[in-house]
Design a binder for this molecule. Structure first.
Ligand code: SF4
Length: 456
């Protein structure tokens, strides 16, 4: 997947780009206000990063502790090596109980595993119950953002979709009325469900419980009404002790949506009376990442999406340009780990402005990881020939001051003398997306000499 090519359709609609950029940036600003209101914010980040690093360093022991405690609570724990095994396990649980109607609350892990199409091909009706997820499901699209899956759609587009599929009045685009229509539609699905599937934001080794954080209460409704609850949990979601949750819950809501706390934080320890609780612990490449010390830090991610909201590339290219289940800087770091060849372009879809690392609540060093992936992909011959050529030329020029001076002169000459039509043509996509700068009258070196009055 070539990121610039994949971004082309989104970038072509400048109104949408501006609106998407503004909407996502507003969430980043809300996050900033919350973070600045907590004097201990940096301390919380430090502690959270420490807890995660500690847990990952002893993951096998904490997973075994979690399994023991969850089993003692009455849950059935399953282990899935990869996406295919996860999907087989979930389908096996449903088939064994004759369940054909599943309500699902938002889970990026099941997106990662491709669970919906797998189950639907086997006769199971899957209803995503998070409002944004349901919107993209009805539209036949994947989520475009980890936390706000339908952020790329305008309310008029949602209104048109609901009119077509849910029978709302034509032209209705009021968000409150659309939400009310979705609530009525989803309520029927909840009441008819044979089973509920949730993700998990955290799994606590000490208690054997899973913790699900939502703003809509949809996970709770599914768990409470359906006789079977399946929780799909990535093995990196472990935290050792219950008391550690306080650190992460304070960071998560503030980083994700700019709220001081999410509306619902549900702790699930045992099946409801007469019901079943299945917990599927999923690896799907996580132990491979654990085995790469330079990329291990990415497993600390708590999927808050703050790095997406701050990323200038994500804000202006949209989630679908990444071609991976996770987008933005964290997607660009995790995708090549899953398939380096398919996602070789993503680590380069970054300005390396370092903002993603600054906002990350668990201190994943995203800029460093993006940079390391670039190096690794180049060393493995997976960077495109254009990129390799550009880097060779840049390395040659930057290592030779006289060539650097000559290159600067050539660029200035070209900007002054080449026809504007040529500069703004398809040959120069960079300029088509930006203001073409007016060349300065003097080079940086000439300016520096003049300002400093030195001859060197
Ligand atoms: S890498 Fe950090 S900022 Fe990005 S989604 Fe994960 S926790 Fe949030």
């Amino acid at each position: 997947m070539v990121h610039p090519r994949a971004a082309r359709a989104f970038v072509a609609d400048q109104d949408r780009v501006t609106w998407h950029d503004t909407a996502v940036w507003a969430v980043r600003q809300k996050r900033d206000r919350q973070a600045h209101a907590l004097p201990e914010w940096e301390e919380l980040r430090e502690v959270a990063a420490g807890i995660k690093a500690h847990t990952l360093s002893r993951l096998d022991g904490y997973l075994a502790e979690f399994e023991r405690n969850a089993t003692a609570n009455g849950a059935t724990v399953h282990w899935a090596r990869d996406a295919a095994e996860h999907n087989r396990i979930v389908h096996g649980i449903l088939r064994g109980r004759g369940a054909t109607r599943l309500v699902k609350s938002k889970s990026m892990l099941t997106e990662e595993c491709g669970l919906n199409p797998y189950l639907e091909a086997r006769g199971v009706t899957v209803t995503d119950t998070d409002l944004g997820e349901r919107i993209v499901q009805l539209a036949g699209m994947p989520p475009s953002h980890i936390v706000m899956p339908a952020i790329h759609l305008k309310q008029e587009e949602v209104g048109e979709l609901f009119h077509r599929l849910l029978g709302t009045p034509e032209g209705l685009s009021d968000p409150t009325l659309l939400t009310e229509a979705a609530r009525r539609h989803l309520r029927e699905r909840f009441l008819a469900a044979d089973a509920a599937l949730t993700g998990a934001n955290f799994a606590v080794a000490e208690t054997g419980g899973v913790v699900v954080v939502t703003n809509e209460g949809n996970a709770d409704l599914g768990i409470t009404l359906a006789p079977v609850h399946i929780a799909s949990v990535g093995i990196e979601k472990l935290v050792p002790r219950l008391e550690h949750l306080g650190v992460f819950l304070r960071l998560l809501a503030r980083s994700a949506t700019g709220q001081s706390i999410s509306a619902y934080t549900s702790h699930v320890h045992s099946p409801r009376p007469g019901g079943e609780l299945h917990i599927v612990l999923v690896d799907n490449g996580r132990t491979a990442t654990l085995a790469r010390p330079e990329f291990r830090g990415s497993l600390q991610c708590i999927r808050c999406a703050a790095c997406l909201n701050t990323c200038p590339v994500f804000r202006r290219s949209g989630g679908y340009s990444y071609g991976y289940v996770l987008q933005g800087p964290i997607g660009s770091v995790l995708a090549p780990g899953a398939d380096p060849r398919a996602h070789r372009d993503l680590p380069f879809a970054s300005s390396l402005c370092l903002s993603c690392g600054d906002v990350c609540p668990v201190k994943v060093d995203l800029p460093d990881q993006l940079y390391r992936w670039r190096q690794r992909l180049a060393a493995e011959g997976l960077a495109s020939w254009r990129r390799r050529l550009a880097m060779r030329v840049a390395a040659f020029v930057l290592a030779r001051p006289e060539w650097y001076e000559r290159a600067g002169k050539l660029v200035r000459w070209t900007l002054r003398n080449a026809p504007r039509r040529l500069l703004l043509s398809r040959l120069n996509p960079w300029a088509r997306e930006r203001e073409l700068p007016e060349p300065s009258a003097e080079s940086f070196r000439e300016w520096y000499r003049r300002e400093r009055g030195t001859g060197s």
